[in-house]
Design a protein around this ligand. Structure first.
Ligand SMILES: [Mg+2]
Length: 381
């Protein structure tokens, strides 16, 4: 079997799909994208396509090595995301070829259901209350929300209080049996993070995510020691090597993105690296159905998996939704906030190819907002 054809599709709201077809007619799907930087990733996939055409799709590891390390200059979000999507598609092909789910090829299932969390928006405490109540009614046992809006580098007492109040409101509404993650999105300076974390401990979030940007890794050990709240990060790290420092720092929850950090192949290794550190995996995934399906395949076979992000209903999805691109929504049907294991081959979903081709004709040019502080200077989004 040989790889015969590779196509990419830009799909609203802000995603990209890759379709890899073999000369025997087996088709695999992947999702190579960096949100807001889809076009350069598409170009990177085109460059890698030169190498892949005519190759045996079953040699996933060898292709991963060549795509990742075969060039003198390597790494970074664009190349790594291109490799990630192609890696997902090759695993999809392999699973379909053998007629088994990818998790069977990775050692078999270790669990029957995947706990997922839902996103809530709403910046005002009363809006948070309504959004939380809606997700509880939808059956979710965990939610994630932004921990704050834009925050000045040395925050006022009011800004700090507002962030603490938001967490307290979430705990009040959820009670003690449900969980919430607080995502600070790298918006908080190291000084603010040191002040905030101890004040959030009483509300006991499941984790605090990106309390600082991952580029401030040198201060993460201080933050781990500043409060008992588990620290989570990793959506902006791109290889297993980049996860060594956070593991050594005591980060409790790794959040690699299966479309950024090297695909199924590399996330599996990141999970294995985390296991002897006692760290859990909670993969980042605000993306589409292929990235979520690939994440689920990994979760079914990963012992130290904690919880899965997913984008259904997320505030970023304007104009299209995850379920718009699958022929059968069943693999993404939640029961009590969980997704159940199926025996469907490959990544376990059927992509609606006609919908993907139609979406590509519309395309998108999604960019993240550029935020500014009150004085006009750039703020982290
Ligand atoms: Mg995040």
């Amino acid at each position: 079997m040989k790889i015969a054809r590779i196509e990419t599709f830009l799909a609203p709201p802000r995603w990209m799909f890759v379709r890899v077809e073999t000369d025997e007619g087996v088709v695999g799907w992947g999702e190579p994208v960096v949100e807001g930087r889809a076009e350069p990733v598409r170009a990177a996939v085109e460059v890698l396509t030169e190498y892949l055409i005519g190759q045996d799709p079953m040699r996933i590891e060898d292709h991963w090595q060549v795509m990742t390390k075969g060039g003198f200059y390597r790494g970074g979000p664009v190349l790594s995301s291109a490799v990630s999507g192609l890696d997902q598609a090759l695993w999809d092909i392999k699973g379909k070829h053998y007629g088994v789910p990818v998790y069977q090829l990775l050692g078999g299932p270790v669990r029957e259901r995947i706990r997922a969390y839902a996103w809530i928006g709403g910046d005002e405490p009363e809006e948070i209350r309504d959004a939380l109540t809606a997700q509880i009614e939808a059956g979710f046992t965990a939610v994630k929300m932004n921990g704050c809006g834009r925050m000045t580098p040395v925050a006022t007492r009011a800004e700090i209080r507002a962030a603490v109040r938001r967490a307290e409101t979430a705990r009040e509404v959820l009670g003690d049996d449900r969980d919430f993650g607080l995502d600070f999105h790298g918006r908080v300076s190291p000084a603010n993070a040191r002040r905030l974390l101890p004040l959030l401990a009483e509300a006991a979030p499941l984790f605090v995510e990106e309390p600082v940007l991952s580029e401030h890794m040198d201060i993460v050990p201080d933050l781990v020691n500043a409060s008992p709240i588990p620290i989570a990060l990793g959506e902006r790290l791109y290889s297993r090597r980049e996860f060594i420092a956070p593991l050594r720092a005591g980060v409790a929850i790794l959040q690699p993105d299966i479309s950024h950090a090297g695909g199924i192949s590399e996330l599996r290794r990141i999970a294995a690296l985390a296991e002897p550190h006692g760290a859990q995996l909670a993969p980042h995934c605000p993306l589409g159905p292929v990235a979520l399906a690939a994440s689920l395949q990994l979760a079914f076979t990963t012992p130290n998996f904690l919880i899965q992000e997913q984008s259904i209903g997320i505030h970023y999805n304007q104009g299209a939704e995850l379920l718009d691109y699958v022929a059968d929504p069943e693999p993404f049907r939640f029961t009590a906030g969980q997704l159940s294991r199926t025996d469907r081959p490959g990544l376990g979903i059927e992509v609606d190819e006609a919908a993907v081709r139609t979406a590509d004709r519309r395309g998108h040019a999604w960019r993240n907002p550029v935020w500014r502080h009150a004085d006009g200077s750039l703020a982290e989004w």
